[in-house]
Ligand binder design. Sequence first.
Ligand code: AMP
Ligand code: MG
Length: 420
Amino acid sequence: MIETRARKREGVATVEEAEEWLGLRAVLPGKEEAELASALGRAAAETYVSPFPLPPFRRAAMDGYAVCTADTEGASPDHPLLLFVESELKAGQSAEGVRADASERSAVRVFTGSPVPASCDSVIIQERVRRVAGEDGIGVVQIDRPAELGQHIAEPGEDLPECSLLVKQGTRIGAKELAILASFGFERIAVYKKPSVVVLPIGDELTLPGQPLLPGRIYDSNSFMLEASLREMGAVVHRLPPCADNAEEIAARIDQAWDAADLVVTSGGASVGRYDCAKSAAELTGAVPLFTKVLMRPGTPTSAFVRGNKTLIALSGNPSACFAGLELLVKPYLRRALGREQFRNEWEEGTLSAGVAKPCPYPRFIRSRVRASADGWRIEPLPNDRSGNVAAFAGAGALAIVPAGGQGAGAGQRVRWLRL
Ligand code: AMP
Ligand code: MG
């Protein structure tokens, strides 16, 4: 391993460094307002706290009879007690004034979600009550045990007191966050603006769907994967048609793309071969390198360049290298650009269920399947994991790291892994 400072001088980054440098480069987004339902998937641009207690009023948690506990003392099977049901409160009605000047031994018929009058402190469930006169709602009922103070009543603020943290700034708003915000009637939510990303596939051999596949050519799959993945995260993505392996042409496309987007992601031509033009194209734009090599496999030739607040991430064209670069480097950048507070990848630990017999001078990222077992996560490396292969993504739920050096990793070895 090269000494850290010399390594950095030469533009070589570890995955962790590359992730951090890119994340910190990301342009923090502006704010806008979104209607509650369309805030789904966006990051909250403000911290939201509860403007009132939830539930907002004392309410019944069961169908039954709201009573004052003291009125029911002494009730037993031998000495049942009568209660006069003088009113009924349905869910949605106001309890104001109900049972305000009621006689002792009076009850209010209530249902789940009904408000409970201030003079009542318990709800007796309907199964514990026998109707002896009148109708359901107005009449006389009999109980054979005393009510228990506070039972089947939800007090205001029992769910969330006033001024509780609901959603922290920078949190992704999912269905659960929406439910909490909706509970307080928030109609519009401050969210971060969507960042724009341009995806540019590079390679003379690349063909778009709908075009005939000429000899020696392949269909471009990377740009579709990148577009889909970044769009799923919440970015506005422009996928450009494939560009030839020509530095001037690529530079012109990147230049133009930066007018519309802060981030350009290319795939292909990333290495140092005669027809690999991504790096020279980046230099033609006047951008300076953030790093030109990452200690990872696949994807070692991955680089990143910056010009002002514009960033280029040049990924390898090999589909699995492109995929690894997306997960390890592009996504952390984008999370930050989306306004998420937590932008770095979060790694877990697990145990390899089979060995990976591939010595490597750099950490190797293995597409794997992951499942829970009694002694933690089991990581099953997927077969057919050559860096040029696309098919191994499909079943992959994790990227596991086999540390650098040695002969790979053996079954039973503890490894770190990233959920995909
Ligand atoms: P490169 O990074 O340009 O050296 O490409 C490495 C390998 O990935 C070659 O076999 C390319 O044909 C293939 N490749 C490059 N770009 C793409 C793409 N957009 N979709 C699928 N395969 C690609
Ligand atoms: Mg190429």
